[in-house]
Design a protein around this ligand. Sequence first.
Ligand code: AHM
Ligand code: MG
Length: 335
Amino acid sequence: MEERNKTLGEFIIEKQEDFKYSSGELSRLINSIRLAAKVVNYKVNKAGLVDIIGKFGEQNIQGEDQQKLDVYANEIFMQTLINREIVCGIASEENDDFLTIEGNDGSHNNKYVVLIDPLDGSSNIDVNVSVGTIFSIYRRVTPVGTPVTLEDFLQPGVNQVAAGYVIYGTSTMLVYTTGNGVNGFTLNPAIGTFYLSHPNFMFPKDGNIYSINEGNYVHFPQGVKDYIKYCQLEEGDRPYTSRYIGSLVSDIHRNMIKGGIYIYPTSSKAPKGKLRLLYECNPMAFLAEQAGGKASDGFGRIMEIQPTELHQRVPFFCGSYNMVEKAEEFMAKYK
Ligand code: AHM
Ligand code: MG
């Protein structure tokens, strides 16, 4: 008989002893993210109904429900983490600066900082396309007991203790790593429980999907242009298939299942790239590497970049190991 699928709650408890610092704090933190994800999921799924429900005069529908979903998601994730007093600081893609969190008694005794993109790809909401939440967790580097500083957030990705994403798609999934492989959980909306559906999630080593906004082709560096032409060449298993949702979480999620590469390069319009190192690239890079894939800025490992500012942008190449390696070969020709 097949083993009954584990719930995320059961999985977190079971894995707690594997954590390097097993005080239960990280488990509680991931539990809070699980809770916030369910609340945001409820709201995202209801987004298209707002007008209809509104017509029936439901109370409070104006104002609260018309709030932009990315703002709402930001508030939910922030509040959930703040209320539980489990982090000492949060930085969000939605806010200019980081937030220092103190306990009810004014103490600063928590160990972890969270960086979050509460609703990535939110321009897709209006057209009913999947969006996602991306999160990244570090241990603070300043002494426990003191307020967090910028230094606690500006850590290279290799220091991450956990990272993950939530995809609000045809099914809602939470996919995360604590540095021991990647596991994916699918929400059963009827009972509001995440079940382990993708244990030991792995990127195929090779793939045949390339995901890039080709509309910007003329603005791309020559290495990227050449790589795109390579993807389109009729040879061996090529031409590859082009798939671009324009929602990072969805594009990476699909490529992780099917095998593929996601690229957001520099361009003459966005000389540093578009995606944020701390909120988008590092967590995705941690997941990719833990799933046997690779993440690069075109020349070197994303997770080794020393961040200099909270909202720093970087070019991003992420996906099946061999595909990213190939793209780097093309980039290296024009270094
Ligand atoms: P956002 O943080 O403003 O939502 O932007 C990030 C999104 C990614 O999800 C997506 O891969 C990319 O921007 C799409 O950008 P573009 O429309 O330029 O191709
Ligand atoms: Mg984003």
